[in-house]
Design a protein around this ligand. Structure first.
Ligand code: PLP
Length: 227
């Protein structure tokens, strides 16, 4: 992949707009989250200078550190998109404008506690629509009970569902997963659908995504995260 961050971002934005047009949706109906995990703050500044405001981070401490370093960038919104351990909830509660990977009640309770006095944190409940190949996310039939619990907690606002289905070249398979998530969101009265990555964000938009999380196509390949 070549080009500057600004050029790649422009190309992703064009593809988002084209997918919206194909689906007959206004381009404002999709939020592009630029996933900057494992990428240096300088690249985030480049994307910000090119007009990008929503950024996604997976790791709580990395989010905490980058949020501190980039505090001066007005209007920048952080999306925490990775699984969270209870002892790191505090970093997300402080820095994030949204959390996309809620699949444990323990984490929900801790987030709720830590958001006391702050505006409610929009949360997306992660669902396992990919079956066995995906380890994270709730089983679809556990969603009802889980949502009842989350909706009863102060400090959180359940706004949507999120999924990270295993990447596949099979378009029909990918679309089926996105459709399954859309149907679950409809059944449970949730307007938000956080789905689609570099691999499949156009299909996701055509299937109703309101948020796409795109890293590689904007910032380039990542080094593997060491455990
Ligand atoms: C890394 C990551 C992304 C972005 O993936 P790319 O393939 O780089 O676009 C999106 N969502 C989640 C949850 C991720 O962990």
């Amino acid at each position: 992949m070549s080009g500057s961050v600004a050029e790649r971002l422009a190309s992703v934005r064009e593809r988002v707009a084209a997918a919206c047009a194909r689906a007959g949706r206004p381009v404002e109906s999709v939020t592009l989250v630029a996933v900057s995990k494992l990428k240096p703050a300088d690249l985030i500044r480049e994307a910000y200078a090119a007009g990008q405001r929503d950024f996604g981070e997976n790791y709580a401490q990395e989010l905490r550190d980058k949020a501190a370093e980039l505090e001066g960038l007005e209007g920048l919104r952080w999306h925490a998109i990775g699984a969270l351990q209870t002892n790191k909830v505090k970093y997300v509660a402080r820095a994030a404008g949204a959390f996309h990977a809620l699949d444990r009640l323990e984490v929900a309770r801790e987030l709720s506690k830590r958001r006391e006095g702050a505006p409610p944190l929009p949360v997306y409940v992660e669902v396992n629509v990919g079956g066995e190949a995906t380890k994270s996310g709730l089983a679809p039939d556990a969603l009802g009970v889980f949502l009842d619990e989350v909706r009863a907690l102060p400090g959180l606002q359940a706004v949507g569902l999120m999924a990270l289905p295993p990447p596949t070249e099979e378009e029909a398979r990918a679309r089926a997963d996105f459709q399954a998530l859309r149907e679950l969101a409809r059944v449970h009265g949730l307007p938000g659908l956080s789905m689609g990555t570099t691999h499949d964000f156009e299909w996701a938009i055509e299937e109703g995504a309101t948020v796409v999380r795109v890293g590689t196509a904007i910032f380039g390949e990542r080094a593997l995260k060491s455990p």
